[in-house]
Design a protein around this ligand. Structure first.
Ligand SMILES: NC(=O)c1ccc[n+]([C@@H]2O[C@H](COP(=O)([O-])OP(=O)(O)OC[C@H]3O[C@@H](n4cnc5c(N)ncnc54)[C@H](OP(=O)(O)O)[C@@H]3O)[C@@H](O)[C@H]2O)c1
Length: 336
């Protein structure tokens, strides 16, 4: 039986280890990828620091970029040597922080020529989370293929992206611009202002400013559109995002979608990392405001997204230059 090295977390706050694990053979519809780059993701920290969704020992990482090294005979779309990035999360054979991952081919996108695999590794989880939250939870119309001269019916609906400086937030803003939404309000550190305005944000506010809620409310009160607001919370911090959002999303019919888990205290807090699985109890929400918790691991429940998101939508947007990957800080480890 062939084996390969994998990063293994053995328990809460235990040092990570490297161990050899069996290399799976691709089954029907699966491919095998030689992993070259993995991003370090917040979920990995939540697993190791707080045991979130963790049954130890476990492998980490749900985004990868690498090269296809094996395909099952019924896979036509991808071939040996293709450069791909993928969203990998169903089981241990798929997780990203190991030398080979084996997973269903629909989880992978081809990476366009000229894009580095390190850059491509920033895409899968974060792009999926943004697309799923906007389309499925907030019911923002993102038809695919995008019809020529498409103008969305709610072109001027106010859409607030809280935490647009995050990886997920960067993709949300780029997606909204491509589909033609014009009234996109974001919060982020102001170092991102130029980039986010280039991505289509109409207003950028510093989330650390004490006046941030009033600034957003002022835009909404001057807004001629009677539409309720849609809010995508890319941070889900009880005090840093949910509480301010609950003061903004008060019009009946507003929708709020927040990424799980809710962070009550982060890892650097004196009381340690504290998480909650419930967005609806994270703040005192106004009546008639819809609250959604986002778990991107459920995206395949939408058959259209399962079939199209990674095989078709992401690679097309990347080759058109509509979506660009996040900036990365590269940490080069030992190559196994
Ligand atoms: N449930 C799911 O399916 C799912 C999937 C993906 C991600 N997530 C979660 O989504 C969150 C974001 O993930 P990510 O990878 O995009 O994180 P990230 O790139 O590490 O984002 C961190 C950035 O968020 C911004 N931020 C922090 N606190 C903020 C606040 N109170 N208000 C506004 N912005 C704030 C800061 O940006 P500035 O530079 O602007 O200060 C910070 O640098 C994480 O909690 C992650 O676990 C959940």
């Amino acid at each position: 039986m062939s084996t390969h090295p994998a990063i293994i977390a053995t328990g809460i706050k235990e040092p990570l280890t490297t161990q050899r694990v069996p290399t799976a053979t691709p089954q029907q519809h699966e491919i095998q990828v030689r992993v070259e780059w993995v991003p370090s993701a917040p979920l990995d920290v939540f697993k190791v620091d707080a045991g979130l969704m963790a049954q130890f020992p476990l492998r980490l990482g749900d985004s990868v970029a690498g090269t296809v090294v094996a395909v099952s005979p019924n896979v036509q779309r991808l071939k040996l040597g293709d450069r791909v990035c993928g969203f990998v999360f169903h089981n241990e054979n798929e997780m990203g922080q190991q030398v080979y991952v084996t997973a269903p081919n629909h989880l992978f996108s081809k990476v366009p020529d000229g894009m580095s695999l390190a850059a491509a590794a920033t895409l899968p989880t974060n792009f999926c989370t943004a697309f799923l939250s906007l389309s499925e939870n907030l019911k923002i119309d993102l038809p695919w293929p995008l019809p020529e001269n498409f103008v969305p019916r709610g072109e001027q609906i106010p859409i607030l992206i809280w935490g647009a400086g995050s990886s997920v937030g960067h993709f949300a803003v780029q997606i909204l611009k491509h589909w033609g939404y014009k009234n996109v309000i974001v919060t982020a550190s102001l170092k991102h202002e130029k980039k986010l305005k280039g991505y289509g944000a109409a207003h950028v506010f510093d989330y650390r400013s004490t006046g941030v809620v009033d600034s957003v409310l002022e835009i909404l009160s001057s807004d001629k559109s009677p539409e309720a607001i849609r809010v995508f919370d890319c941070v889900d911090s009880k005090f840093g995002s949910l509480l301010p959002i609950s003061k903004i999303a008060t019009r009946a019919g507003s929708k709020v979608a927040a990424v799980l888990p809710v962070v009550i205290n982060n890892s650097s807090d004196a009381n340690g990392l504290q998480l909650s699985p419930d967005v609806s109890t994270g703040a005192d929400w106004s009546k008639d405001v819809e609250i959604h918790s986002i778990v991107s691991y459920g995206y395949e429940a939408n058959a259209f997204l399962k079939e199209n998101l990674f095989p078709e939508i992401l690679p097309t947007l990347l080759s058109q230059g509509t979506i660009e990957p996040n900036d990365q800080r590269v940490v080069q480890g030992t190559r196994f």
